[in-house]
Ligand binder design. Structure first.
Ligand code: UTP
Length: 297
């Protein structure tokens, strides 16, 4: 059985929930304090042993390429300024992954983005990580998923529990538990009404696929908004192959919309020794003034 060597990171989406900020800047480059979201996701992959990272990008996503490239001018400047520590960090980022960039010329959906990577992935199993979701101890979750793949040789998706009233925001799975924390998928429903949801286990944005998914993506008809949905292709795959699921029990940080992004930034900031104390004080003062009206420009 082939091992998982490659990961596909679809980062070509419009990011409409974050406009106008995403008009010229990819949401994947938004900082969690001082590190862009996408770097957390690449680090997670590298820690899990994946070396080849295939970014599916679009024309407004160039900053992602620059971030993982060498910036000799900046390195020279930092060297001359004697800023050794940050220089070391900047050099590490330039050598962190073996990035490959594929263009999705039209944003025809997540499924279409994954299919765009087919010529680079080839006929082997691969991982998909969404570019705007950070997982707590994400590399541990990926390693567990890879273990499940190595045992069963079939696709594996990560699920997490959501509140029943939240199911309509996610792809939801009907599952059967086969052992502690490991499930087999029986059906998948995209954004169901709470009363129609088969469970409260939502797809979290980490997947391992056998290459058969590419055939299924080619057969998938465009759905809502003319987009080719990955969930629809997974339903077709289910007719032919088993899909396993791994239940992720850590925290999920969705950075693709303003409120959850802000929550993520605060939570990470409160974990940072150099920031936490002053930030806490600031929040307390801000809360105590909350009843006063504040004009925000
Ligand atoms: P999202 O559902 O978050 O879509 O896509 P989006 O376009 O980025 O954001 P909104 O909904 O308009 O605010 C999930 C992932 O799939 C990628 C996105 O970049 C994101 O990482 N994606 C989506 C593509 O690469 N191509 C697409 O055509 C659509």
């Amino acid at each position: 059985m082939e091992t998982i060597r490659k990961a596909v990171l679809p980062v070509a989406g419009w990011g409409t929930r974050f406009l106008p900020a995403t008009k010229a800047m990819p949401k994947e480059m938004f900082p969690i304090i001082d590190k862009p979201v996408i770097q957390f996701i690449v680090e997670e992959l590298l820690e899990a042993g994946i070396e080849n990272v295939i970014f599916v990008t679009g024309r407004h996503k160039r900053p992602i390429e620059h971030h993982f490239d060498i910036n000799t001018d900046l390195e020279r400047h930092l060297e001359e300024a004697g800023k050794e520590e940050i220089l070391k960090n900047i050099r590490e980022i330039s050598h962190m992954a073996n990035p490959i960039y594929v263009r999705q010329k039209e944003q025809l959906g997540l499924g279409h983005a994954v299919l765009t990577a087919e010529p680079v992935v080839g006929y082997e199993p691969f991982l998909v990580s969404l570019g705007d979701i950070i997982l707590e101890n994400g590399s541990g979750a990926l390693k567990d998923m890879i273990d499940i793949y190595n045992r069963f040789g079939k696709s594996v998706i990560a699920l997490f529990e959501v509140a029943p009233e939240e199911v309509s925001k996610y792809g939801i799975a009907k599952v059967k538990e086969i052992e502690d924390g490991v499930y087999i998928i029986e059906d998948l429903v995209e954004k169901p009404l709470p009363e129609e949801a088969p469970s409260n286990l939502a797809i979290v944005g980490r997947y391992i696929f056998t290459p058969k998914i590419f055939d299924k993506l080619k057969e998938t008809k465009p759905g809502k908004g003319g987009e080719i949905q990955l969930t629809d292709a997974m339903r077709l795959l289910l007719e032919e192959e088993a899909i396993y699921a791994y239940k992720f029990s850590g925290k999920v940080y969705d950075t693709g919309n303003p409120l959850d992004y802000l929550k993520t930034v605060f939570e990470f900031a409160l974990k940072r020794e150099d920031i936490a104390e002053e930030l806490t004080q600031f929040i307390q003062e801000a809360l105590s003034k909350r009843t006063q009206s504040i004009d925000i420009p």
